[in-house]
Design a protein around this ligand. Structure first.
Ligand SMILES: [Zn+2]
Length: 85
């Protein structure tokens, strides 16, 4: 299943009360109900609950393997992929 788009966290949209340690996890998985290319640029809710802007040019199966990707999103999408396989 290729149902995840890549979302990029937008610090400028966070409230000032948010802790800054979230900066290290900039990439999140967004459940894509439409082709990721169609969601490009839209603000969506990531799998972990973060507010992110979809970056349609990236693929989650590649970005999600990086250390900079959100650990919670990685875990959530891994469960999905395992179940689908
Ligand atoms: Zn996340």
């Amino acid at each position: 299943m290729d149902s995840y788009a890549v979302g990029y966290a937008r610090p400028d949209r966070w409230s000032r009360s948010r802790p800054e340690d979230t900066v290290s996890s900039s990439w999140h998985a967004v459940e894509a109900h439409r082709p990721p290319a169609e969601l490009d640029g839209e603000v969506e809710l990531a799998a972990c609950g973060a507010i992110v802007q979809v970056w349609g040019g990236h693929r989650w199966d590649r970005v999600g393997a990086r250390d900079t990707a959100c650990a919670e999103c990685k875990q959530l999408t891994r469960q999905q992929l395992t179940r689908a396989g």
